[in-house]
Design a protein around this ligand. Structure first.
Ligand code: TTP
Length: 197
């Protein structure tokens, strides 16, 4: 079955950031959210964790859509080899941001493409250096509500830009999808980018 038989690419994600990033590079797609258990396995490395989740999301939606190319992805923040996911509440967000302040951490995003039995997966890592932050600054940022649905309790693309001193690597990878690598993978599956219509 070709892409035309299927209709279009399916983004297996509830993330508004991933939608915007794909739209930015002119990719046509529809969204079908994959709900999977995001609990890390015991002794699972952060890289193995994001890869498993990205593939799991894509495979779940691909199973219901034969012949369609499905994109799944997962982003996590890693400090000292530990996974820092989304905060559970405001206190947790303050705790996470306190550990990130004044230090360098990694943002890992895994991207997976699945069509029937065919699959491709890639993980990209960006180094992010945080400014030193006072408890009052952290509390004020958490009070904006922005950290709630974001890995590592911040959004580099939003108010959280103020917290980031410097990055080394892909910016879009921090927001939720490494665009250079994603575009190359999509082209391997004959999905066009830069589609102007
Ligand atoms: C570090 C960072 C993360 N994030 C976001 C990207 C992801 O949406 C989110 C990480 O959670 P994910 O579980 O990767 O994604 P999601 O739950 O939003 O969507 P889905 O699982 O359905 O694909 O954190 C930012 O928006 N900005 C940032 O700077």
């Amino acid at each position: 079955m070709s892409l035309n038989d299927c209709g279009q690419l399916i983004l297996a994600s509830a993330s508004p950031r991933r939608r915007e990033l794909l739209q930015q590079i002119g990719v046509k797609f529809r969204v079908e959210v994959a709900d999977i258990d995001e609990t890390p396995l015991s002794a699972e490395t952060p890289a193995a964790y994001v890869a498993r989740l990205a593939l799991g999301k894509a495979q779940k939606v691909a199973a219901n859509n034969p012949g369609c190319v499905v994109l799944g992805s997962d982003t996590t923040v890693v400090l000292d080899n530990e996974i820092l996911g989304k905060p559970e509440n405001d206190a947790d967000a303050r705790r996470i941001l306190t550990t990130l302040a004044g230090r360098c951490h990694q943002v890992m995003t895994a991207v997976a493409l699945v069509r029937d039995d065919q699959q491709r997966q890639q993980t990209v890592i960006t180094q992010v250096h945080f400014a030193a932050l006072t408890a009052a600054q952290i509390a004020a940022y958490v009070a904006t509500g922005e950290p709630a649905d974001k890995a590592g309790a911040y959004g580099i693309q939003g108010l959280g830009a103020v917290l980031v001193d410097a990055i080394d690597g892909s910016y879009s990878n921090v927001v939720g999808l490494p665009l250079t690598e994603t575009a190359a993978m999509l082209q391997e599956f004959n999905i066009p980018i830069w589609d102007k219509d």
